[in-house]
Design a protein around this ligand. Structure first.
Ligand SMILES: [Zn+2]
Length: 121
């Protein structure tokens, strides 16, 4: 396929405020839909819909962990482009520990936030 078409499709996928927020959150860590929903104060079905667009575009993948589904960025060029757009840097920090990791949210039901209470891992 024409590489410019591929790039243009990628940018089209990203050209959406909520999807950019999702990508920014996923640059730091993999997250489940309930966490993203709590993070962005958007209804879960709406966030799911945006996640599906990104997944169908090959930007993110979903991974089942028990009853939860975590979404993460596909490694490589997609992540580098997303990093450059949402952080404004050259993407070198994508895998770096300088970016903040998962943030625990008070009202989030996801396992990562609950793990902060010391109940389970
Ligand atoms: Zn959470």
């Amino acid at each position: 396929m024409d590489p410019y078409r591929t790039q243009a499709n990628l940018l089209k996928l990203m050209a959406h405020p909520i999807r950019l927020q999702i990508l920014e959150a996923l640059l730091h860590d993999s997250e489940c839909v309930c966490h993203l929903s709590a993070l962005m104060h958007k209804p879960q079905p709406y966030v799911s819909q945006q996640l599906a667009v990104l997944r169908n575009g090959g930007v993110i993948v979903d991974e089942k962990d028990g009853t939860n589904v975590f979404y993460r960025l596909v490694d490589g060029r997609m992540a580098a482009v997303a990093a450059a757009v949402v952080t404004g840097d050259d993407g070198e920090a994508t895998a770096s520990a300088t970016l903040p990791r998962h943030a625990n949210l008070k009202d989030c039901p996801c396992p990562k936030c609950r793990a902060g209470d010391g109940c389970c891992d």
